[in-house]
Design a protein around this ligand. Structure first.
Ligand SMILES: Nc1ncnc2c1ncn2[C@@H]1O[C@H](COP(=O)(O)OP(=O)(O)O)[C@@H](O)[C@H]1O
Ligand SMILES: [Mg+2]
Length: 360
């Protein structure tokens, strides 16, 4: 019998819409091998089992999405339930970006429900989401990073502006602003909800550019090609528009792939990443973003569940989308460092097809 897996996407996050694209794509690709259940996590923090043939537009104006609400039971028969029936699946593929889907919250829920999941563990999720903690860990590990300062009225950075202000817990360039001086950073931080959990500043590197690389550690340590995104807006930053809006999602963004960079920089990036994976446990497919400025390289951030799982970064080097996602699922199956078994009790429907056929 074909195994069942679930793809979870959406979530109460600023990146909810992008996650729908990642989720539907993952589900479509994995359905060549698995019976795939699509679990939609709404912005309102509700869970729905949705049909497999949906398009992203259905999540805007198709009320059928909300027909089959799931409940979560946390007891000896823990799991997701459609009315009184438990829906069973071997692995949850986490296709959520930002917010509770990427910051460790969903990871904790799935761990407690004894459901194996793809992607980062609770700890890596939290480190990856907290720009200041991540910076500190990297710095202590001898990895080149730009000096960062936590914005506070009680302290000033010991480097000069202009600065780039970022929400401490953020993503997708939302709330990333260039400010001339520290006063402005303080004002913006106290005036906007975006920075309510804190903010950081670092030196704004004029004429820098991003270099992005996919990384996975299963079945072996493996790197994608390096991408240099092309910025399209007048604004200097690689922005949310560049990433998601201008060209129909991350896969359509303008880019140099592979980036036209020297073999020395490529080697330097790979050497840094070998050190990086010793400090932080990478599971699934992550994307590590570097800043390159005046012949210096800085590790900027890790995206532990990047948009579209950054599958496009591997397309030229013979790694198909299916292979990458399939490996990610295998990795989650074999992962017994946390919870190794899916709860097997409860009145289970037999397969994803069985469940699909019962949907209204
Ligand atoms: N210090 C910097 N100097 C110049 N540009 C930067 C700097 N830090 C970030 N950027 C630009 O801003 C973008 C968003 O910043 P990033 O740290 O990646 O935040 P987010 O988590 O929102 O993606 C980066 O992709 C890069 O283009
Ligand atoms: Mg970024």
């Amino acid at each position: 019998m074909t195994e069942s897996i679930a793809v979870i996407f959406g979530g109460p996050s600023d990146e909810h819409d992008i996650s729908i694209l990642t989720g539907l794509q993952s589900s479509r690709i994995l359905s060549s091998k698995y019976d795939v259940l699509n679990i939609y996590w709404s912005k309102e923090n509700k869970w729905y089992l949705v049909k497999n043939d949906l398009e992203s537009i259905d999540f805007v104006d198709n009320s059928d999405i909300f027909k089959n609400e799931l409940t979560i039971k946390y007891d000896s028969k823990s799991g997701f339930y459609l009315k009184k029936k438990k829906i069973t699946f071997k692995i949850a593929v986490n296709a959520c970006h930002g917010g509770p889907g990427e910051d460790g919250t969903l990871q904790s829920l799935l761990s407690l429900l004894k459901i194996n999941y793809t992607g980062p563990t609770l700890t890596t999720s939290q480190i990856g989401m907290d720009k200041f903690v991540f910076y500190t860990l990297m710095k202590e590990s001898g990895i080149p990073v730009l000096d960062k300062h936590l914005v506070s009225i009680n302290s000033k950075p010991d480097f000069s502006g202009p600065y780039i202000l970022k929400p401490r817990f953020g993503g997708s360039s939302i709330g990333v602003e260039v400010v001339e001086d520290y006063e402005t950073a303080l004002k913006l931080t106290s005036n906007s909800r975006i920075y309510s959990q804190g903010s950081t500043v670092e030196k704004f590197l004029e004429n820098s550019h991003d270099l992005l690389i996919g990384i996975r550690t299963y079945p072996n340590l493996d790197f994608s090609e390096i991408e240099k995104p092309i910025r399209t807006s007048n604004f200097e930053l690689f922005s949310y528009n560049d990433k998601y809006l201008d060209n129909g999602g991350l896969e359509g963004s303008k880019r140099e792939l592979p980036a036209n960079i020297s073999p020395e920089i490529q080697t330097q990036i790979q050497e840094i990443l070998k050190l990086f994976v010793k400090q932080i446990e990478i599971r699934g497919i992550s994307r590590v973003d570097f800043l390159y400025h005046n012949e210096s390289l800085y590790l900027n951030e890790v995206n532990t569940i990047p948009g579209s799982h950054a599958l496009y970064l591997w397309q030229n080097i013979g790694k198909s989308k299916f292979e990458l996602l399939n490996d990610m699922v295998e990795e989650a199956k074999n992962n017994n460092t946390h919870w190794s078994t899916v709860g097997s009790d409860g009145v289970a429907l037999k397969s994803a097809k069985d469940i699909q056929s019962k949907l209204g």
